[in-house]
Design a protein around this ligand. Structure first.
Ligand code: NI
Length: 262
């Protein structure tokens, strides 16, 4: 079987790719990358997303505002997110969520815009890509109070332990696994991969960030997901081909990319 990678979370519009974006993306399918979801993180990146992804037939996109970027949001921005979500190739709301790592923005404000964007996803019946760091309990609480059971989604770049993984899995969410699973100090994520049923794992780069070993610290890209797939295969005791195939199918389900819906 040939490699068929589905990168469920990338940022190819990042300036880290400005120098060679065209060249890199023109040969990405030869590296086995079949599909990429390019994820927005601000109003600015959301605004540009429909146009950006239209240049690449293997690429889909999201619109939404990351918790580190919500400080100047207003209600009109949310109306705009709704409009943008109707554009061709936009298939999810993200990345949205909670991040308490830096405390420069008020927590209550972060919670408010996370809940608001979850509401939008629910209203539009779109899946969500959720970013959650150092905020496990509040993330869970908001997802529960917003009643997101009928919104499918992924816990992107999952950074919590098995106990939290169980909570999100119970709500029907997928676990996003990237380069960290190859790190020597990635034990917590390796345990989560061991615990999570293979039909609930998707793979992601979060590129340009989080390159797997042996490229840790360097700029990441979707072709590096072979290293992530190999580590998942090792942990699960299945073949790498199975990991490619299953995580691909999972991503199709997560983003609801059934025939006729794209
Ligand atoms: Ni990201």
């Amino acid at each position: 079987m040939s490699i068929k990678i589905f990168d469920t979370h990338a940022h190819y519009d990042d300036e880290a790719f400005d120098e060679d974006r065209e060249e890199l993306l023109s040969r990405i399918q030869q590296a086995g990358v079949a599909r990429v979801v390019n994820v927005a993180c601000s109003m600015e990146t959301s605004e540009k997303m429909p146009d950006f992804i239209s240049d690449y037939d293997f690429m889909l996109g999201t619109v939404g505002v990351h918790p580190d970027d919500i400080d100047n949001l207003c209600n009109a921005d949310m109306d705009r997110i709704k409009e943008l979500s109707e554009k061709k190739g936009i298939i999810a709301i993200g990345e949205i969520g909670l991040d308490y790592h830096y405390d420069d923005i008020d927590k209550e404000l972060k919670k408010k815009w996370f809940a608001t964007q979850l509401d939008i996803a629910k209203e539009l019946k779109l899946p969500v890509s959720i970013h959650s760091r150092d905020a496990a309990r509040d993330t869970l609480e908001i997802m529960k109070s917003e009643n997101v059971l009928d919104v499918s989604g992924v816990m992107h770049c999952f950074g919590y332990g098995v106990d939290m993984a169980r909570e999100f899995l119970d709500m029907g969410y997928y676990i996003g696994v990237g380069g960290v699973v190859t790190f020597k100090n990635g034990r917590k994520l390796k345990e989560v991969v061991e615990y999570t049923p293979i039909d609930r794992i998707v793979i992601e780069t979060d590129c340009p960030y989080l390159s797997p070993v042996p490229f840790r610290g360097k700029r990441n890209y979707s072709g590096n997901l072979t290293y992530v797939a190999e580590e998942i295969a090792r942990i699960k005791g299945i073949s790498v081909d199975e990991v490619y195939e299953l995580t691909y199918d999972n991503a199709i389900k997560l983003y609801r990319l059934y025939e006729g819906t794209e």
